[in-house]
Design a protein around this ligand. Structure first.
Ligand code: GDP
Ligand code: IMO
Ligand code: MG
Length: 428
């Protein structure tokens, strides 16, 4: 298959960045198609660590990198991330980075609104506070400023008026200071030339690249359980994170996404509020958090940790059309005497094999576990299937069985090359 789409199959932070970086080597173009700088993707290459939030992880390997129309772009953040990476020796030029001219912008008013709502306890989602939700609201509300508008002062003026007609009463209600339209216009115009350098019709570029036989790697952000339709609503992000979005969020037809590779952590984590049936509050939970270094890249919050939930991932396999998975962080389970896998739930005493849509039902699920023996040997840094202890192999095989998808890759440390390849997604 020519193209590969990488998606998070749980609640985010599965290790998408590491896998996208590793797979970039086999691709010609890397595309982000949803989310914004709420994402935090950590790549470790030798003694260098790269932290990406908005830029496609392909930039690190010097691949043509595209920020598609489905992404919400904070132009100030974009510039600072470009500068940070340049400071680490990564070349970023308009030949290597393209920002879709029809992508919508995140403005400071969106961040204000996001943060003010989070402070009002009744609305708390535990967002990253970066304005993602309010920016998507303005997009579907047809009042967003898009990248192309930055080249057109008149359009910008009219759009700012339209935007503020909506935001001014909201801000007043939240006790936020009034926004000065002239100052916002001046800030945007001052920023415009720096962003416009990278702005192009990304759909057209991708169409040309695909026709020329280039391989495209789509980089998902967040995870399927944070999808605005399919996730644990309302404790979700504000975009569709499922693989189908790769097409709409970059301007391709439905065959574009190709092979869907689900990134699956060998246990479960989530950041922010919301239901989490297999969450642990005991020593095992602390082990996963400490050994797995489960601290958010974007907000520095500790991630909540729990056992592997096969019911959730089985749902993700269906929602995304996952062809194979990359199982990450297997090494974090090293040394645990017993491992538990959630195979389904009970709800009010009855068995249920999936995450129901209702908020109360989601919160009331009791996990049903099966137990497996752990392993005492280390898997950390293993690069070959035959280096894995027998019980680790059993664990991976049981996961494959329960979720109904094969493991194409297994990751055994943060390092790029500590990766076991069983089947190549680009050739499957
Ligand atoms: P993403 O948001 O899906 O890209 O994931 P993050 O980068 O936010 O979180 C994954 C974290 O785990 C990062 O710190 C990675 O460096 C690290 N990581 C990725 N794969 C592995 C692995 O196989 N083992 C261990 N121990 N760490 C990993
Ligand atoms: P990556 O790409 C984990 C979570 C937030 C919050 C909810 C809504 O690194 O996997 P938002 O700011 O998007 O409106 O917050 O979604 N969230 C993530 N959790 N990984 C992410 O990205 C996330 N992006 C958003 O914690 O619960
Ligand atoms: Mg992350």
């Amino acid at each position: 298959m020519a193209n590969v789409t990488v998606i998070g199959a749980q609640w985010g932070d599965e290790g998408k960045g590491k896998l996208v970086d590793w797979l970039s080597n086999r691709a010609d173009v890397v595309v982000r198609y949803q989310g914004g700088h709420n994402a935090g993707h950590t790549l470790v290459v030798g003694d260098q660590t790269y932290k990406l939030s908005l830029l496609p992880s392909g930039v690190v390997q010097g691949k043509l990198s595209v920020i598609g129309n489905g992404v919400v772009v904070d132009p100030w953040h974009l510039m600072s991330e470009i500068e940070t990476l340049r400071g680490q020796g990564i070349a970023i030029t308009p030949e290597l980075l393209v920002v879709a001219d029809n992508a919508c912008l995140i403005l400071p008013i969106h961040r204000d609104l996001d943060q003010a709502r989070e402070k009002a306890a009744i609305n708390k989602i535990g967002t990253t506070g970066r304005g993602i939700g309010p920016a998507y609201e303005d997009k579907v509300g047809r009042r967003a400023i898009r990248v192309a508008d930055l080249a057109d002062r008149e359009a910008l003026e009219a759009k700012i008026d339209r935007l503020l007609a909506h935001h001014t009463p909201l801000r007043r209600g939240l006790g936020l200071p009034e926004v000065d339209a002239a100052a916002l216009l001046a800030d945007l115009l001052a920023m415009a030339p720096r962003v416009l350098e990278y702005a192009r019709p990304a759909w057209l570029l991708l169409d040309q690249q695909i026709k020329a036989g280039r391989r495209v790697l789509f980089e998902g952000a967040q995870g399927a359980l944070l999808d605005v339709d399919h996730g644990t609503y309302p404790y979700v992000t504000s975009s569709n994170t499922v693989a189908g979005q790769a097409a709409a969020g970059s301007g391709l037809g439905p065959k574009g996404p190709g092979y869907v590779l689900g990134i699956v952590k060998a246990y479960t984590t989530r950041v922010g509020e919301g239901p989490f049936p297999t969450e642990l509050f005991d020593d095992v939970g602390r082990h996963l958090g400490e050994v797995g270094r489960e601290v958010g890249t974007v907000t520095g919050r500790s991630r909540r940790c729990g056992w592997f939930d096969a019911a959730l991932v089985r749902q993700s396999v269906a929602l995304n059309g996952i062809a194979g998975i990359a199982l990450t962080k297997l090494d974090v389970l090293d040394g645990l005497p017993t491992l538990k896998i959630c195979t389904g739930y009970t709800l009010d005493g009855a068995a249920i094999g999936y995450l129901p849509a209702g908020l109360r039902a989601q919160a009331a699920l009791a996990p049903v576990y099966e137990e497996m023996e752990g392993w005492t040997q280390t898997t950390q840094g293993a690069r070959s299937w035959k280096d894995l202890p027998a019980n680790a192999v059993k664990y991976v095989r049981r996961i494959e069985e329960l979720i109904g998808a094969p493991a194409a890759l297994v990751s055994t440390s943060p390092q790029r090359d500590d990766t076991i390849l069983m089947r190549d997604p680009f050739h499957d």
